[in-house]
Design a protein around this ligand. Structure first.
Ligand SMILES: NS(=O)(=O)c1ccc(C(=O)O)c(S(=O)(=O)NCCc2ccccc2)c1
Ligand SMILES: [Zn+2]
Length: 248
């Protein structure tokens, strides 16, 4: 066994997603309320990555930021995307007291105050901050309908289209209480660079709207069509991590 050159080689993995057992979370009175400012004018494009679709932002300056909460400094908004399942029974990545939700929104931010680029930030434990919002079946969500109305333009892998003036704040629940823990990207390359901030209140999406997500193709234009029926990662071990809560 070679000499360990980095702390992580001897520590347990800090992978995501995990299940949140609300009876075991630890209230931390030092946790501040989240500061969230999203400028609709910084919305740029919609792109089909093959495993999900991203709504991407202009992250060349601090136009849309996330700060306070468990974070040191401000993190720049880069993109948001969703995870979903092949039916309404599952699809979220984080699970709350054993309950899977039908989908989950991830809003990805990076520490531009400390690191020169997103790719550099991904190499550090304090590089990224991702807000996770659980989705529950309910009334059609007008903000999500605005995205769905444009999905036909990015039906196949690697397609992109301009997408501007999106009011991302309208996708956030009124209650901004959260759970937070140190984890990883839930897609390749699974880097352990994410401060996860999971909001405790779910937002609604209709079953029909969710059905539209499953109509996206992971195949490219000239391949046999294959749908993105589900794109949520399996639960990972919590190990010795403690999940903190912003409220009792
Ligand atoms: N579920 S999650 O929040 O962990 C997540 C999912 C997808 C992506 C993605 O853009 O592929 C991302 S990302 O925006 O962080 N990009 C990571 C993939 C990537 C690797 C190497 C260079 C650029 C991007 C995050
Ligand atoms: Zn994600």
């Amino acid at each position: 066994m070679g000499v360990s050159t980095s702390r992580n080689e001897h520590c347990r993995p800090l992978q995501s997603p995990i299940t949140i057992c609300t009876k075991k979370v630890k209230y931390d009175s030092c946790l501040k309320p989240l500061y969230i400012y999203y400028d609709p004018k910084s919305t740029r494009r919609l792109v089909n990555l093959g495993h999900c679709f991203n709504v991407e932002y202009d992250d060349t300056s601090d136009r849309s930021v996330l700060g306070e909460g468990p974070l040191i400094g401000y993190y720049r908004l880069r993109q948001f995307h969703f995870h979903w399942g092949s039916s309404d029974k599952d699809g979220s990545e984080h699970v709350i007291d054993g309950q899977e939700y039908p989908a989950e929104l991830h809003i990805v931010h990076w520490n531009a105050q400390k690191y020169p680029s997103f790719n550099e930030a991904m190499k550090h434990p304090d590089g990224l901050a991702v807000i996770g919002v659980l989705l529950k079946i309910g009334e059609p969500n007008p903000a999500i309908q605005n995205i769905i109305d444009n999905l036909d333009q990015v039906k196949t892998k690697d397609k992109e289209c301009p997408f501007t003036q999106f009011n991302l704040s309208s996708l956030l629940p009124n209650d901004r209480n959260y759970w937070t823990y140190q984890g990883s990207l839930t897609t390749s390359p699974y880097l352990e660079c994410v401060t996860w901030i999971i909001l405790q209140e779910a937002i609604p999406i209709s079953s029909d709207q969710l059905h539209h997500f499953r109509g996206l193709l992971c195949s490219s234009e000239n391949e046999d069509p294959s749908f993105i029926l589900e794109n949520h990662r399996a639960l990972q071990p919590l190990a010795a991590r403690v999940i903190r809560s912003s409220c009792k």
